[in-house]
Design a protein around this ligand. Structure first.
Ligand code: NAP
Length: 251
């Protein structure tokens, strides 16, 4: 049903967690897949081995996506490796477990979050639009925090909320090229990012906020992302797909 043979995909943050699971699932569906990551090349190499095991092309590039020159290099590599792009998944991001009241938020902390979670999506999506084919797909990974906020993580929530309005704006701009633009908004997901919280003393309190009683696996977020990249989702654009075990009953 989901057949992405002949499609060319790029996933940011593809070395670990949700991005790695998405890259591997795209490859299983038949797409050639490039992954971008910040620095952890041995993790990226493991993901690339799994991608190539599916019989498709896989390539990786270390690129700090806060840096416009690194983004330029990434997309030059993308053009060289695949000649174009059909699917772009903007997934790379950070979240700091340490709670910081806004009143005490250092400028550097705020800027790092905005640069990593928001400006990087602007830089990469803008570059992806110049390569994307007619009928292409953009999926941006937001968060429940983007819809309901996250006290003591206001900088994170602000970036994820901004991504939702980016999606709403961009979907209209891209419609003439039949490119769909959607967001996936995960709740708690069992990855390295959330480990300090999910393995800490507040674990039971967190699980109590999830009707399904557990965090998602990375693969359970990858499935909805790949759905939005597939022909099954051809008429869905400007949407937020909530994947949170019932934790945010709005959408
Ligand atoms: P993760 O396991 O911490 O992986 C983060 C990925 O982003 C890694 O591939 C990392 O590369 C890359 N990355 C981080 N900063 C980067 C930068 N400056 N430039 C380029 N790449 C960078 O995270 P995850 O849990 O899979 O999260 C993926 C996305 O889902 C994020 O946008 C996150 O906000 C969102 N999300 C996660 C959860 C959750 O509970 N985990 C919930 C809601 C939303 P390296 O491996 O090289 O460091």
């Amino acid at each position: 049903m989901v057949d992405l043979r002949g499609k060319r995909a790029l996933v940011t943050g593809g070395s670990r967690g949700i991005g790695a699971a998405t890259a591997i699932l795209l490859a299983r569906a038949g797409a050639d897949v490039g992954i971008a990551y910040r620095s952890r090349s041995s993790d990226a190499e493991r993901v690339l081995e799994e991608i190539r095991r599916q019989g498709v092309r896989g390539w990786g590039e270390a690129a700090d996506l806060r840096d416009p020159a690194a983004v330029d290099r990434l997309f030059a590599r993308c053009r060289e490796a695949m000649g174009g792009l059909d699917i772009f998944v903007a997934n790379a991001g950070i979240w700091n477990a340490e709670p910081i009241p806004l009143a005490d938020m250092p400028d550097a902390e705020w800027r790092e979050m905005i640069d990593t979670n928001l400006t990087s999506v602007f830089l990469t999506t803008r570059a992806a639009l110049s390569l994307l084919s007619e009928g292409g797909r953009v999926v941006i990974v937001s968060s429940t925090a983007g819809q309901r906020g996250e006290a003591f993580h206001a900088h994170y929530a602000a970036t994820k909320g901004a991504l939702l309005s980016l999606v709403k704006s961009l979907c209209v701009e891209c419609a003439p090229r039949r490119i769909t633009v959607n967001a996936v908004a995960p709740g708690w997901v069992d990855t390295e990012m959330s480990a300090p919280a999910l393995q800490g003393p507040e674990r039971d309190a967190i699980l109590g906020t999830i009707p399904l009683g557990r965090p998602a696996t990375a693969e359970e977020i990858a499935g909805p992302i790949v759905f939005l990249c597939s022909g099954l989702a051809a008429f869905i654009t400007g949407e937020i797909l909530n994947v949170n075990g019932g934790a945010v009953l709005c959408g």
